[in-house]
Design a protein around this ligand. Sequence first.
Ligand code: COA
Length: 362
Amino acid sequence: MSKWLLADNLVRLADDRAKPASEGNRRFHERRCGEGRKRINMKTRIIGTGSCLPETVVTNDDLSKLMDTSDEWISSRTGIRERHLVKEETTASMSVEAAKRAMENAGVTAEDLDLIILGTVSPDFVTPACACEVQAAIGAHRAVAFDINAACSGFMFALNIANAYIQAGIYKTALILGAETLSKIVDWEDRSTCVLFGDGAGAAVVCADENCGMLAFDQGSDGTKGEVLACPGRANNNPLVKTYQKMPYVHMDGQEVYKFAVTTVPASLQKTIEAAGLAPDDIDYFALHQANIRIIQSVSKRLRITEDKFPVSLDHCGNISAASVPILLDEMNRKGLLKPGMKVALSGFGGGLTWASAVIEW
Ligand code: COA
């Protein structure tokens, strides 16, 4: 928590405790609805981005030497031509690199960070959280750090959590990340999934801003369809239950996931764009989760927006789950595509099932 806010809150808390309950409640209400309104009007602005991909590139042709597949099958069905896979890199090491690049791009130091939220389904440890590893590595001593699991929507959920903290006036500056080493959880004997995924990390620094930032957000979950894209954890194993467990990997019903994506994503984007008081035509760029070019083309068709407004990184990255959106955003930022005042729609979707969209003013 930032010093100004912590001090402010502690004084008020002490004040409130010294007063009768009803007056304490009134003060609490005033803080939220009166004076707090100033903070609620604050927007969450992305002020810097960074990303990190593993050094080693594996092309579709490389994969066709390892399994019964072809560049023709993979690229015509997905748009993916190559992906980066880890050798020495880890989810944490890529996250740290992406974080440093985002902080440098934002012009902030680790001391400025109040909060670190990292979306991942492939951390290096069950505990500590990868976000805590990042905190330690960059020296963000003041920051609260934790991971979230919302699969391919992980970065977008992290963005929304940071937004909620910022709007509530609790924190001012946050580092949010999506980072994955999916190559360690996909089954390299299952050609229908392993060719789709890659490794990497993306990060953004967000801060409270009076003028521009997030205009609207939508997110949702449907746990009843969880099995269509799943990766089991460890099975029960204790003195009461002895389990022999084969290493669990990702399994996916590709066609169900495809149907979910091409219906939910345009609906969520439409809802978010309307909530921002805009029409799809007003959006300068759509930065979507990079799962499959055909999903992106379908969303563009349904929203009646030309494909040139949908930048793509999946051709050289594959699907990197929570890292896809921030890596794409970083590529757009570093290419100079994003100009102040531009409206950008972001959307993530995937395992859970989960989805999330946001409209931001750059
Ligand atoms: N190379 C060659 N052939 C392959 C293959 C590969 N890598 N993977 C599967 N095939 C074969 C199948 O065995 C099947 O052969 P058969 O007809 O002899 O049984 C055939 O290709 C068609 O398989 P199918 O699964 O029906 O293909 P599809 O047209 O549905 O495309 C996906 C598969 C995965 C590309 C597609 O379903 C998809 O993009 N789904 C969305 C997945 C996604 O984006 N997930 C992440 C969301 S976050």
